[in-house]
Design a binder for this molecule. Sequence first.
Ligand code: NIG
Ligand code: FE
Length: 417
Amino acid sequence: MQNRILTHIKQLVNVRYDSHPLYGSEISVLPCLEDAWLLIEGDEIAGFGKMEDIKKEVRKLPEDQTDCSGRLVLPCWCDSHSHLVYAGSRENEFADKIRGISYSEINARGGGILDTVRQTTDIPEDELFRVSWNRLEEVAATGTGAIEIKSGYGLSVETELKMLRVIRRLKEKSVVEIKSTFLGAHTYPLVYRENHTAYIRTIIDEMLPVIANEKLADYIDVFCETGFFNPEETETIVRAGQKFGLKPKLHVNQLNSIGGIETGIKLNALSMDHLETLPSAEIDRIKNSGWKGFCTLLPTAAFFLRLSYPPARQLLDGGCAITLASDYNPGSSPSGNMNTVIALACIQMKLLPEEAVNAATINGAYAMDLGNSHGSVTKGKRANLIITQPVPSLAYLPYRFGSNLIDKVILRGRFIA
Ligand code: NIG
Ligand code: FE
């Protein structure tokens, strides 16, 4: 077993002796140790403490030592919402959006998601794996140690399964921890535009049984939105997925408020994601419902589509658990860089740096059922760690948005970058 030690860490961030999801104001407390050491045994965090106690607490120092003077060490980002398996790109519609055409209009005329569906249908599985692998390597180098990845650019039995098989190959090969979500209900394929019932039957009768049989997904997602899936359709699809053991993580209230929140509460979703359009009555409804899931906020998607940002502060004031995620996808967030996500959350959503880091680590981990093994510096958790460049403080990271301040990344106890 390979052992290594990080020494003279200026600040060891998100140190927790026991871990649980953070609701409401709990998220403002980010426990840190100054002038610290951290011991890694194999792929786990074996211990940590103050430098002044290192001789007393570490019987035999491993040969592999990394001096982290001036640097912060953080748990890796846990990105609980992404669509990073897809083919091609959509910079043509990026220009259309600048000219004033809306995201909904682009989708309605058969572009948008359907454009990526065409490209993802046409690409061979090995090539889809290769381009997705490159994106995964890219986000790992920017500090992502665990990520949820959705299907949803297939919309046919064959291509949805191809996407989920690619996600499974990524899971098997990568040191990044991956969770897989079936999003067959991302939009209606053109052939089913006038026959929603038939497409929903395809999802339920033809896709879900194979997915369950081959254990290709952990979660089920639906894009509950005007022009996509209404709340009743969402419920039908999610209930069918739940019969196969898939928990719901839902796209709700991105562009319109159409009852997605009520549906997510009723279905006891693990997370409700987006929430850019969230009237205060619905914030109250979440607050008073007793629902204990996560509100996943995606600031780079709001930025890219020029939407209003989700009301993070009101959700926290209402006692909710929020997470931050990238939404990495070709249409609304063609970047999976969680450092940008955190910077935007601070700059535009007025989260404090400590709150943003908790949302992107410990709460992100719980929003993927990985809270027991990821998301904090805790003995026995996976040694997934970010070592920053020398920086004056934690707040310096989002403050210097756009600069790469990550020097090294350790995943499963090994340096990957
Ligand atoms: O989360 N809103 C639905 N799905 C993605 C965007 C998909 C696309 O435009 O390709 C999202 O923003
Ligand atoms: Fe999304």
